[in-house]
Design a binder for this molecule. Structure first.
Ligand SMILES: *Cc1c(COP(=O)(O)O)cnc(C)c1O
Length: 386
């Protein structure tokens, strides 16, 4: 019998969800266990420990909660920002809009710095903005999945620490954790929020957020009540602390099978071969390969500066006269699923995800399949227009 990952299915080459390993798939197909059983508590504790490793923190507090990546925005907006406080949102695409809207929903006063199309926000603009106003928090989309633009979190964090040391540094790492380097402690980042289904190699369904001890202190000192029930760290912090100490606790049943799948993936990422560093190197290598092939095909990237292009995905403009709707069905018919654009010019470009096992396990041949199918489908789409 074929292993679960080899069962006939279309190859997912989108920026999440991604292809999963057999170990992860097998964890999903087991009878659920009790969320307060010693067996599950130990698994949850390990997930907390391994999550810390992936983002480079010793004492950051992980919150692993059922929800999608978006729920991380709610956690930040509900717990770390009080109504009327100022937040600076660095905008490099569609996901900056979402974070901004979420912050406003909870009463934050949001200023935005919008990047030029294809670039990250210039550092000198961030510097100036921080000198004019005292912001409670600044948000950075590490990789904006709508554009593939990669922001330099370390450089931005250095500036914030120098000019406005009390400002909380919040990183939306949904499309970067485990595919881009993140050193939370060394860089002085206060929150990394992410999700299970992109670089972390598990199915969708878990919101994963890591808060620095500084952020936890800021939360503990808030003056106004938290205006969310499910997102409140008042509820979740005791639960996460208990599991972290190998003790059961209850507030909302955890998605036990998803946690087991996440555990299986984290185990591969943090303690199997290749190492986390080697994985990051492989993401770079594969990314360069895909971007080189795209260039040969005459496809221009959305990011205009190679130093600020994501390593876990590629966003490519299509040639004039060809829309995403012309090429995506051709790719799908050949068994490869890529994504169209997001936002205003969504039919003008496509997005290719290359994260997780497709990148790390060369024996799967996924990257070859992605490259050859793109080539053939583009030719077809061009021929059909002639
Ligand atoms: C995917 C993504 C999100 C949203 O995550 P969901 O799991 O779809 O809610 C947020 N930010 C970024 C940068 C993303 O790539």
């Amino acid at each position: 019998m074929s292993t679960p990952s080899k069962q006939s299915h279309k190859l997912l080459a989108i920026p999440g969800p991604v292809e999963l390993t057999d170990e992860v798939l097998q964890a999903l197909a087991q009878p659920p266990v009790s969320h307060v059983s010693p067996q599950f508590v130990a698994i949850f504790r390990d997930c907390i420990e391994m999550t810390r490793k992936v983002v480079g923190t010793k004492d950051g507090q992980p919150f692993i909660i059922s929800g999608s990546g978006t729920f991380g925005w709610d956690q930040v907006a509900a717990n770390l920002v009080e109504p009327g406080e100022d937040v600076l949102v660095l905008h490099t695409g569609y996901f900056g809009d979402g974070f901004r809207d979420c912050l406003r929903t909870y009463g934050a006063n949001v200023d935005e710095l919008k990047a030029k199309s294809g670039f990250p926000v210039e550092l000198h603009r961030i510097e100036s903005a921080l000198m004019v106003k005292r912001f409670k928090a600044i948000t950075i989309t590490h990789v904006d999945t709508s554009t593939g633009v990669l922001s330099d979190v370390k450089a931005i964090a250095d500036i914030v620490r120098r000019i406005s040391p009390d400002t909380l540094i919040i990183v939306d790492g949904v499309c970067s954790v485990a595919s881009e380097e993140i050193q939370m402690d060394t860089w002085g980042v206060d929150v990394v929020l992410t999700a299970s289904q992109k670089g972390l190699g598990a199915p969708p369904g878990l919101s994963i957020l890591i808060a620095s001890q500084r952020a936890i202190q800021v939360f503990a000192k808030r003056r106004s009540p938290v205006t969310s029930y499910y997102a409140s760290w008042k509820k979740w912090l005791p639960i996460m602390t208990a599991y972290g100490n190998n003790k059961p606790a209850y507030f909302g049943t955890p998605a036990v099978n998803l946690i087991k799948a996440y555990h299986a993936s984290l185990t591969q990422i943090t303690s199997a071969s290749p190492s986390l560093n080697e994985r990051l190197r492989l993401h770079k290598q594969v990314s360069q390969r895909i971007k080189a092939i795209a260039e040969q095909l005459g496809l221009r990237q959305l990011p205009q500066d190679p130093a600020h292009a994501a390593n876990g995905m590629t966003a490519l403009y299509l040639p004039d006269g060809i829309g995403a709707s012309d090429i995506l069905p051709r790719l799908a018919a050949k068994g490869v699923v890529m994504a169209g654009g997001l936002g205003d010019s969504k039919d003008k470009y496509i997005r290719i995800g290359h994260m997780g096992t497709s990148v790390v396990d060369a024996t799967r041949g996924d990257i070859d399949t992605i490259a050859s199918t793109l080539q053939v489908s583009l030719k077809e789409a061009q021929a059909a227009k002639k």
